[in-house]
Ligand binder design. Sequence first.
Ligand code: NAP
Length: 301
Amino acid sequence: MTCAAGIDPTPAAGLFASIMPILTGHARLAGILGWPAAHSRSPRLHGFWLERHGIDGAYIPLPVRPERFAEAVRSLADLGFRGANVTLPHKEAAFAVCDAVAPEARRAGAVNTLTFRDDGTIEGTNTDGYGFLESVREAVPTWRAGAGSAVLLGAGGSARAVAAALLDAGCPRLTLVNRTRARAEALAQELGGAIGVAERAPLDEAALLVNTTSLGMQGQPPLAVDLAPLPRGAVVVDLVYVPLETPLLAAARARGLAAVDGLGMLLHQARPGFARWFGVEPEVDAALRDFVAAGIPARAP
Ligand SMILES: NC(=O)c1ccc[n+]([C@@H]2O[C@H](COP(=O)([O-])OP(=O)(O)OC[C@H]3O[C@@H](n4cnc5c(N)ncnc54)[C@H](OP(=O)(O)O)[C@@H]3O)[C@@H](O)[C@H]2O)c1
């Protein structure tokens, strides 16, 4: 595939990664606020789309210390940035700088996408839940949130966004299982609706199993869960994407179950921000996936 500048944006095309875009004075700017920000794959992801669509713009890493966060965000708006993504440790702090917060961000308890509006105000939203749902729909087109109950392992920040998205999409029953049970109970109470907490995952009736813990990530112990009780049509999703195929997903595939890795969520959650800042609806496809996945181990050693 070639993109706007006639360059093949595949991992083999080392040239692509080394070309600096030449911006005009009208260039649209966005970036990712984090501390640190160097590990983020978002500049690579948005950079691919900018290049593909031939957009006069740039998306850059913005490392900002927590104590300077609010000041930095306001400065970006003053400097003409269109917006920014927000990652750890700023996702909660980002609420305070927003003049308007979308319902998805309130439900998720975090802002991951800021838009600097023309009237000088700042709008915050959260696209993690959207990215999660879209990634499962892309990988398993027949999947419907309302088709059956779901089990979610974990009760941290990503669990909250995913749980809220599943409930809002019509999941009839959601069970949280977490090492620290009290945290799961607090989350269930806050979200409300068809959500409960269990000590052991009720897999025999689950249409969906989602790992939102960091277990299975490179350098972490694997997630110890026996998938045998899962019904045949169940879908298994792991938010972890380093490695791409975690031991959990390998076990799901070995049982013939649909297995969805965390990279798709990362790619899809970026789409709404890109569309707002750069004015083009970007697509998630194999070329983007390969480009962003370059260097991520395919499976655990
Ligand atoms: N694919 C994506 O786009 C995407 C987006 C966001 C996050 N993620 C991934 O999702 C994972 C979680 O992120 P997060 O932001 O939700 O983190 P977080 O808020 O720190 O929550 C971590 C969760 O993992 C559990 N946990 C950690 N170590 C554990 C252990 N040794 N045994 C059992 N449970 C353990 C925690 O349980 P306790 O409550 O008991 O501590 C908690 O439920 C990370 O791997 C992250 O990379 C992926």
